[in-house]
Design a protein around this ligand. Structure first.
Ligand code: HEC
Length: 142
C-alpha cells in the first residue's frame, strides 16, 4: 500500500502563513485609511459669513480652491488652510500676502511649490483673509 504523501507545508505552518497574510492585509488597510494621501483633507463647516468674507469666498473659489479645496479643506493638489498650521499665531496675515505675491516653497507638506498669484489685488486678499479667518474660527482653529 502506498504511503500517504506528506503535505509540502505542515498544516500548522499553513495557518501561521494565513494569519500573517490577514495581519498584513488588515494592517495595510489601517495604514491606508490613517496615513493615506487623503488624510489631510478637512471636513469644513462654513458659518454665516460677513459681507467681506462672502466676497473673499468668491475670490478664493476662483483662484485658490483648485489646490486648497472648496471651503479651504484641502485637495490632492494642496493643503487645507482650515488647519492648526495656518492659525493667525503661526501664519499671520502677512504670510498670506507673501504667499500670494511670491508663491510658497514646499516646506510643510509634499505637494510641491505654490506658484505666485499676481492677479490677486490687495482688496481681494483682505477679503480672502476675512473668509479664511472666519471659517478657521468656526472650525475651532483659534
Ligand atoms: C497650484 C496650487 C495652489 C494654488 C492655486 C494656491 N495655492 Fe496656496 N499653497 C499651495 C501649496 C502646495 C502650499 C503648501 C506649501 C508647503 O508648505 O509645502 C500652499 C500654501 C499656502 C499658504 C501658506 C504659506 C506659508 O507661509 O506656509 C497660504 C497662506 C496660501 N497657500 C494661500 C493661498 C491663496 C490665498 C491662494 C489663492 C489666491 C492660493 N494659496 C492658491 C498650492 C496652491
Amino acid at each position: 500500500m502506498a504511503k500517504k504523501k506528506k503535505p509540502l507545508v505542515p498544516p500548522a505552518l499553513q495557518w501561521t502563513a494565513l494569519g500573517g497574510l490577514v495581519f498584513l492585509a488588515v494592517g495595510g488597510w489601517i495604514w491606508a485609511t490613517q496615513f493615506g494621501s487623503a488624510d489631510h483633507i478637512v471636513n469644513v463647516t462654513v458659518p454665516n459669513l460677513s459681507a467681506q468674507a462672502r466676497q473673499g469666498r468668491q475670490v478664493f473659489d476662483a483662484n485658490c480652491a483648485a489646490c486648497h479645496g472648496p471651503d479651504a479643506g484641502g485637495t490632492p493638489q494642496g493643503p487645507p488652510l482650515i488647519h492648526k498650521i495656518y492659525e493667525p499665531n503661526h501664519h499671520a496675515d502677512g504670510s498670506f500676502l507673501l504667499a500670494v505675491r511670491r508663491g510658497v516653497r514646499q516646506h510643510h507638506w509634499s505637494f510641491g511649490n505654490m506658484p505666485p498669484q499676481p492677479q490677486i489685488e490687495r482688496a481681494d486678499l483682505a477679503a480672502i483673509l476675512s473668509y479664511v479667518r472666519e471659517v478657521q474660527r468656526a472650525n475651532g482653529i483659534f
